[in-house]
Design a protein around this ligand. Structure first.
Ligand code: SF4
Ligand code: SF4
Length: 364
């Protein structure tokens, strides 16, 4: 006969409301950056350097490829490339958070993750009403789709780390295309094509029924953080002795991880959202533990660690004067006039050609 377990109720306060507050604040910050950047681009359209408004450096957080290149450039040369220094520090902050607290950036800070989660929560209500359960793709579809984000990441890693010489890397980072990558991104969304809009709309609709569709299957940033998360000393642990097999943890997990069947959650899909820990009704049964000293970590500490690491690393960028780039208002006006001709350079010859064309235009 199965031994009846003595249940001590979990009275530790949930952290989901703190997580929601942090996600909201970060999303508002991104919206604020978006508004300031729109005003900046609009001011460039006047063509007068005196009328150029403030450019928020935080926009560089939306240039992950350029930032990855800057990080590589830093490791090879020891220098922070001046084109998008804020992007460099934001990238390091995100990677730093993942080294310590797993893939937590996705569920605590990322605005796309927040949007995806909100759509997923809404979709879950619909699915529960319609089908009486959450929708999860069968393994034979889910696994190959999950590998897509790793393929995308592999492509970028190969293109940057294995096929670019230092000269090509520097030429790309210096190129007018890279200097104006944020402005190009603005125009991409401001004048979005029917095709791109359709792709986004399809992703949006699929995210209603398939939770985290973009993040789970396509986001190369998430793939990178998922790999780094394996190095994190903090892991979700389950105490099998006191577990009552209620399955509430697995039910609460947005990543469909079978938390109730493992002793330690070791999954590239775990975003350290703490939903499972909050859902567990038994005290000291599901918790965060550090591998290094085998010590339980409070949920609040996890939240504080995420915020502190992010602020500390981006703060270093701000305090050391590596936050604003060195592109003058006059240069922005000149580059903005060429914006339609700035195509993505595909090889060193392209990059050098663009550089020469830009120099000769600037001389005129
Ligand atoms: S295992 Fe727990 S912490 Fe990880 S994603 Fe699932 S619910 Fe969140
Ligand atoms: S929530 Fe999960 S870990 Fe907690 S008692 Fe239920 S099955 Fe066990």
């Amino acid at each position: 006969m199965k031994e009846k377990k003595k249940i001590i109720r979990n009275i530790e306060k949930p952290v989901q409301k703190y997580r929601f507050a942090i996600q909201t604040l970060f999303a508002l910050l991104c919206i604020w950056i978006g508004i300031e950047f729109t005003l900046f681009v609009k001011s460039l359209e006047y063509g007068n350097p005196d009328l150029v408004s403030h450019r928020p450096p935080g926009v560089e957080g939306f240039l992950p490829i350029s930032s990855l290149m800057s990080v590589y450039y830093f490791f090879v040369t020891g220098e922070i490339h001046p084109a998008h220094p804020a992007g460099f520090f934001i990238f390091l902050a995100i990677v730093g958070v993942s080294f310590v607290v797993g893939k937590s950036f996705c569920s605590w800070l990322c605005p796309i993750g927040f949007l995806s989660e909100t759509i997923g929560d809404f979709g879950e209500k619909i699915c529960l009403k319609l089908f009486k359960r959450r929708i999860k793709l069968p393994k034979f579809v889910d696994y190959p789709l999950r590998s897509l984000k790793y393929l995308l990441l592999g492509f970028f890693v190969y293109a940057i780390f294995f096929s670019m010489t230092l000269a090509a890397l520097k030429a790309f980072l210096d190129s007018p295309y890279n200097l104006m990558a944020d402005v190009k991104m603005y125009y991409f969304f401001a004048n979005i094509s029917k095709f791109s809009l359709t792709v986004i709309a399809v992703q949006f609709i699929l995210s209603i029924f398939i939770r985290n569709f973009w993040c789970r299957y396509f986001c190369p940033y998430g793939a990178l953080l998922g790999i780094i998360s394996f190095l994190s000393p903090l892991k979700i642990k389950r105490e099998a002795k006191s577990c009552i097999d209620c399955g509430l943890c697995a039910k609460a997990c947005p990543s469909f991880i079978k938390v109730d069947k493992v002793d330690t959650v070791r999954s590239d899909e775990c975003s350290m959202c703490m939903s499972c820990v909050d859902a567990c009704p038994v005290a000291d049964t599901l918790f965060v533990e550090t591998k290094i000293v085998k010590k339980k970590i409070s949920k609040k500490f996890v939240a504080i660690a995420i915020i502190s690491i992010y602020i500390a690393i981006t703060g270093i960028g701000i305090l050391t004067g590596h936050w604003k780039n060195n592109i003058s208002r006059k240069e922005y006006i000149i580059l903005h006039k060429q914006i339609d001709n700035l195509g993505h350079p595909t090889n060193t010859a392209d990059i050098e050609k663009l550089n020469k064309e830009s120099e000769s235009r600037a001389d005129k």
